[in-house]
Ligand binder design. Structure first.
Ligand SMILES: O=C[C@H](O)[C@H](O)[C@H](O)COP(=O)(O)O
Length: 222
């Protein structure tokens, strides 16, 4: 296992301690969350059910005997566990490297507590090195891209990729993300953008960060 995977596994295993029994929870998407699903399944912890944010996570949950529920069946989720592509010191994030940020944002907003699990390479003082994913309705792709260029960004279509809801993903570099909440709202006002990958309105409440030396830190927003 690579050093980075080892860190992801450590953070994911720690997160299992924060899962309450007999509650509904949310489970995100990605390589870090895959370790979490495995660790939760093997822990023997009993939950009422979990909302998943992708087909891949749902399949893995089934493999480990974790019961799935539809988001519309859950009034609220006790906790949501997910990874991030970047997370800053206020625990605001860029997500959507796997194109799952729309369901992830819905599940995050349904959850009382959002716990992000990550290796130390994801923890940054300023968001923006990782390209920001936009989920875009196909017929608006060019129109949205022109708008993004006017805002100073460089849009790039993720070729051959469709989101869970059949939309396209445009990855954007070069936007000024120094005010993540303002930018999150501004982008979602553009007609044709279904959702962007900034999580500033609903940041994480806790970051479980695994360091290369094997230390796992619990970080709250500051
Ligand atoms: O769309 C994908 C999600 O937002 C993931 O949480 C994010 O891309 C991090 O994935 P990974 O744990 O594979 O780095």
């Amino acid at each position: 296992m690579s050093k980075q995977d080892e860190m992801k596994r450590l953070a994911a295993e720690k997160a299992v301690e924060f899962v309450p029994e007999n509650e509904y929870i949310g489970i995100g998407t990605g390589s870090t969350v895959n370790f979490f699903i495995e660790a939760l399944g093997k822990s023997g912890k009993q939950i009422k059910g979990a909302v998943s944010t992708s087909q891949k996570s749902a399949e893995l949950m089934a493999q480990y005997g974790i019961p799935e529920i539809h988001p519309n069946e859950a009034m609220k989720l006790a906790v949501y566990i997910d990874g991030a592509d970047e997370i800053n010191h206020s625990l605001q994030m860029i997500k959507g490297g796997g194109g799952a940020h729309l369901p992830e944002k819905i599940v995050a907003k349904l959850s009382e507590k959002f716990i992000c699990i990550a290796d130390e390479s994801k923890y940054v003082s300023r968001l923006g090195k990782f390209p920001l994913p936009l989920e875009v309705v196909g017929m608006a792709r060019s129109m949205v891209s022109r708008q993004i260029v006017k805002m100073g960004g460089q849009p790039e279509l993720r070729i051959g990729f469709k989101s869970l809801h059949g939309n396209e993903i445009v990855d954007v570099r070069g936007l000024d993300l120094s005010q993540p909440l303002t930018m999150e709202r501004q982008l979602n006002e553009i007609t044709g953008i279904v959702e962007n990958g900034l999580f500033a309105e609903r940041p994480a409440d806790l970051l479980i960060l695994a360091r290369e030396n094997g230390v796992v830190e619990l970080i709250t927003p500051h």
